[in-house]
Design a protein around this ligand. Structure first.
Ligand SMILES: [Zn+2]
Ligand SMILES: [Zn+2]
Length: 482
């Protein structure tokens, strides 16, 4: 037959035809005497018109059947939904379905949209999982509608609390994030008081009175968890040592060791207590942000509090802080025992080191302090399980220190609010602090002053001494500043 559908391409009309049918048609047409050809074409056109008419009728009929079928299916689905909703209501979940205002059928479409009547047998099969999810939805509703407004009251109160100076004898230099505060039992009890309990600012007064001891407990727990990570690698201890793998004093005291250096997400290393502060604003450690579109109790809580409580792992349970083991190699290279040498011991030893893992060869070599050496290992040899160092002869120390000159500005700084006590999750960059000062203290952009409203500080790991280059020329050793 003739073409299926003419399409226009580059101005030409193109017909798709069935090749065999087309050739047969042409053959038949040519055989005819010229005077009969007109009649032949006319009949063919009539035939085609007849077929097309029939096809259209067929399509119409088919549409009708489909739509009838669809409305039948809709009726089945609707009856099924009513049956499920009735059973859910009987089990006492009408508060959940009413909260979602008809959206429960969409949220639970895997259960609702099957075009099949609900039988008792099927209900027995789907019921336990469905009820488990309904319990979870109910918990989400409670978190969002009842607990979150209370949590927001707490956020405001804590913002006010940190603006007052630390009480006399406050033993903790870094306060927790409000996400941790909300988990402390006296605060948690108020947030989770039963529906109908009136909760306002005054409700939290007694809990705030207990805050210093609660914060101390929080801090002790963190120290124990971080301290437990400080286990000197066997390779960093002398082969003839009587106690390889020695784990030193109790976990919290291990944090004073020079080898207690931690690597965090984002390729950053820090020592305690800096390690419990995030390095940049949206760092997961320590005030963990939640990056999820899922509605979970955790993410709803974090909506109100801005973060998740302190943890050594991310929300998926993956560790986000680890011991940076090359630090032990550096301590060992200075001739001290990484299991016992404290930061003070290393500062007193005041050695300089040259990295043996860098391809740089004499006569040009960088002489680094122990902290600079550890930072170098993090920046250049981050994935090495062991690093190697040459100790620079102490006879050169006077000349090296003369070349280093007086301590310079730190490599990088962090910004702190001068009007608040330091707490985890605080702003750290100039941009953050400007936002914080405007948002939390009502100070206008043009009025923000360094030294009055904010100050620069530096973490222990980044407080550094300039590196010096050791050059050997014709047997003579020279030291130059970089
Ligand atoms: Zn190196
Ligand atoms: Zn502030």
């Amino acid at each position: 037959m003739t073409g299926i559908a003419p399409i226009s391409s580059s101005g030409y009309k193109v017909f798709f035809v069935e090749r065999e049918a087309s050739l047969a048609f042409q053959k038949e047409y040519r055989k005819l005497p010229t005077e009969e050809r007109e009649e032949f074409l006319k009949n063919k056109r009539l035939q085609v018109a007849e077929i097309e008419k029939h096809a259209a009728e067929c399509e119409e009929w088919h549409r009708g059947v489909t739509s009838m079928r669809k409305s039948e299916l809709d009726e089945v689905r609707s009856a099924r939904a009513d049956a499920i909703l009735a059973r859910i209501d009987d089990l006492g979940y009408s508060d959940v379905t009413e909260f979602f205002e008809g959206r429960i059928e969409l949220i639970e479409r895997k259960v609702f949209s099957i075009p099949r009547p609900l039988t008792d047998k099927e209900w027995a099969r789907i019921c336990p999982d469905l009820l488990w999810r309904l319990d979870d939805y109910r918990q989400q509703i409670t978190e969002r509608m009842l607990y979150n407004p209370r949590r927001k009251v707490l956020v405001g109160l804590y913002d006010e609390y940190v603006r007052k100076p630390a009480p006399p004898g406050a033993a903790v230099d870094i306060l927790p994030h409000v996400a941790d505060l909300a988990t402390f039992p006296p605060f948690d009890d108020i947030i989770k008081a039963p529906k109908g309990t009136s909760v306002g600012a005054e409700s939290f007064q007694a809990a705030f009175a207990q805050l210093p001891s609660l914060v101390q407990g929080w801090r002790d727990d963190i120290e124990a968890q971080l301290g437990a990570l400080v286990v000197t690698p066997r390779e960093s201890v002398d082969a003839d040592s009587p106690t390889p793998g020695y784990t030193g004093p109790k976990p919290s005291d291990r944090l004073k060791l020079a080898s207690a250096v931690f690597s965090k997400e984002g390729g950053v290393i820090d020592m305690f207590p800096d390690v419990i502060l995030p390095f940049y604003s949206h760092s997961l450690f320590n005030a963990r942000c939640v990056h999820t579109n899922e509605e979970t109790v955790e993410s709803i809580t974090a909506d109100a509090l801005g973060a998740l409580p302190w943890s050594l792992t991310n929300p998926h349970g993956v560790p986000i802080v680890q011991l940076f083991t090359p630090a032990a190699d550096v301590v060992r290279a200075c001739g001290l025992d990484p299991r016992t040498a404290t930061r003070e011991d290393m500062d007193a030893r005041n050695a300089r080191l040259i990295c043996k893992d860098c391809p740089s060869s004499p006569p040009l070599q960088h002489c680094r302090t122990w902290k600079n050496a550890i930072r170098h290992a993090c920046e250049v040899h981050r994935h090495y399980t062991k690093t190697h160092w040459t100790l620079v002869d102490d006879v050169y120390m006077d000349r090296i220190q003369a070349a280093e000159g007086p301590p310079t500005d730190p490599v990088s700084t962090v910004v702190r609010c001068a009007l608040c006590q330091l707490r985890a999750g605080e702003p750290l960059t100039q941009w953050d602090i400007n936002y914080h000062l405007q948002n939390k203290h009502g100070i206008r952009m043009g009025e923000i002053q360094k030294g009055v409203h904010y100050f620069f500080t530096v973490t222990a790991m980044r407080r550094s001494v300039p590196e010096v280059i050791m050059r050997t020329e014709g047997g003579v050793v020279l030291f130059e500043s970089t």
